[in-house]
Design a protein around this ligand. Structure first.
Ligand code: C2O
Ligand code: CU
Length: 520
């Protein structure tokens, strides 16, 4: 049995292990969760005015003791300096963001999840050299939802994100604002972003990264740039916009009170709201994925504590429906096991409600947004993409490895056409969160899914609740075959090049990425 598991910072073979912090239990949940504010990390900036960002080395007091060196997108605000600000835009807005690169190496701003043209996509095809500047100008035509932005230079994305170059982008529209009103929620109060990233942190509070590393798993968790925070909550429904911005750690978030899951509804994903809310206990959230959830603390008395935990899992036994080992469709060895270890991310402390308590009942969430069913793809051309590792431990998509194949487009898609991309993962592999630039897509089927995923099916063709909205990142589990429906319509002209890659950043940097072109 091929065993892939999180190593919590051990098992990296490059040089001496860093002197990592070990976290005494009483060091957890001592800092309040950082909320969207006016300066520092999580400062909010409205993109209605042009914005000047500078990518630079800076520092921030994240942990008790010495300040932590970070690489951050910084901006001036009325209240001071914003670090990796939380950007807000309205659907339909044209945004204009300048980037000044004050690092000693190439960087970019990639607008993860947005429908953009190549020049403004911020992929490694258009690096901004050390000392140089450029502007990103784009029209936000995505649905309301939580998107994000991050550095994307070739071969350095893992290093730059681990050091800090990432932030959230909230897109809003009328429908979203109306829903918030119906739910009686105010952004920044009971409607909160939870941007989760694990980091390897050494005894001097420095963030550690080894170039050329594999699957960088941290020993500390930052939620909104706060290590293992706590949040005071009143006994009521909350809305959390979860984003996993870790390099490589798959999360399985769950809100627990006395080890029992609190009532939770999944209402949205990468590309905005689902049509209706789905009750869930927990979900898988891979690097780059987002989830919009409602969580009910209403049954808890003041003084009670709950925890946001990433649950452990063994997601893979490669059984077929009858419980026998499924034959590997690609002829690999059967029997992979994907495992994750439990990790407490945040504590929730129930406090007395100072004002009138919000209603315990939610309004109907059966028709939140018009989201069509996954399309019938009969007759659409199918592009087969196979994920695999070679004997030398290099990752491939079909025969493409970004370093070996060069950066030329692997194929060209005709603009305005629709295709099925069938992504197959090898049985002996690990889950790969595959991300497509430039287009939100629909998941239309999952086959040979591991039992854990089969148990989450809520719709035909093996789809889980998370598959029922628009996505830009999809997890393909070991042995699994996931089919995506992609509509390559876009308002741009000429040849536009985009990337398809694994958003495990170490896989991406090791070449698990290809360029494709869209052209008339
Ligand atoms: Cu979030 Cu190609 O990236
Ligand atoms: Cu991968």
């Amino acid at each position: 049995i091929a065993l892939w598991r999180y190593t919590g910072g051990h098992g990296h073979s490059l040089g001496a292990p860093p002197d990592l912090q070990s976290l005494p239990p009483d060091a957890r949940f001592v800092q309040p969760l950082r909320l969207p504010g006016s300066a520092g990390p999580m400062a909010e900036i409205d993109l209605r005015a042009p914005l000047e960002l500078s990518a630079q080395a800076t520092q921030s007091n994240l942990f008790p003791g010495p300040a932590t060196a970070l690489w951050a997108y910084t901006a001036r605000t009325a209240a001071g300096e914003a670090l990796n600000p939380l950007l807000r835009a309205r659907r339909g807005d044209s945004i204009d963001v300048g980037l000044r690169n004050r690092l000693n190496e190439d960087t970019t701003v990639h607008w993860h999840g947005l429908h953009v043209d190549e020049a403004n996509d911020g992929s490694g095809l258009h690096p901004v050299a050390a000392g140089a500047s450029r502007r990103y100008r784009l029209r936000v035509d995505n649905r309301a939802g939580l998107y994000w932005y991050h550095a994307h230079p070739h071969g350095r994305t893992g290093a730059q994100l681990q050091r800090g170059l990432a932030g959230l982008l909230l897109v809003e529209d009328e429908e979203e604002l109306a829903l918030r009103q119906r739910l009686g929620l105010r952004w920044g109060e009971r409607d909160l972003p939870l941007m989760i990233a694990d980091k390897q942190v050494d005894a001097r509070n420095a963030i550690v990264y080894k170039d050329g590393a594999d699957d960088w798993i941290g020993n500390r968790v930052l939620v909104n740039w706060t290590p293992e925070p706590y949040l005071d909550v009143i006994p009521a429904w909350y809305r959390f916009r979860l984003a996993n911005v870790s390099n490589a750690r798959m999360l399985r978030p769950c809100f627990l009170h006395e080890d029992k899951p609190l009532p939770m509804l999944l209402i949205g994903g990468d590309g905005g709201l689902l049509e209706r809310a789905w009750p869930i206990d927990d979900l898988f959230l891979a690097p780059a994925q987002r989830a919009d959830v409602l969580v009910d603390f209403g049954a808890l008395a003041p003084g009670a504590k709950a925890v946001l935990r990433s649950l452990d899992y063994v997601a893979m036994e490669n059984e077929d429906e009858s419980g026998a080992f499924a034959p590997d469709p690609m002829g690999d060895h059967p029997g992979a096991v994907a495992m994750g270890e439990p990790l407490d991310l945040m504590e929730l402390r129930v406090i007395e409600c100072a004002t009138q308590r919000p209603p315990a009942q939610l309004p109907s969430l059966d028709a939140m947004s018009a989201v069509p069913a996954p399309p019938d793809t009969a007759g659409w051309p199918v592009r087969a993409l196979r994920l695999r590792m070679d004997e030398q431990g290099r990752w491939f998509i079909n025969d493409w490895n970004f370093h070996l194949s060069g950066h030329e487009p692997a194929f060209t898609v005709k603009r305005g056409t629709r295709e099925v991309w069938e992504i197959r993962n090898s049985m002996t592999s690990m889950p790969h969160p595959m991300h497509l630039h430039g287009f939100q897509f629909r998941v239309v089927s999952r086959a040979i899914s591991p039992p854990d995923i089969r148990g989450r099916q809520v719709a035909a063709n093996g789809l889980t609740a998370q598959d029922l909205g628009w996505s830009d990142t999809v997890v393909v589990w070991p042995g699994e075959i996931v089919r995506l429906a992609i509509d390559f319509s876009q308002p741009f002209q000429g040849v536009q090049r985009y990337m398809l890659h694994c958003h495990n950043l170490e896989h991406e940097d090791m070449g698990m990425m290809l360029t494709f072109a869209v052209a008339d």
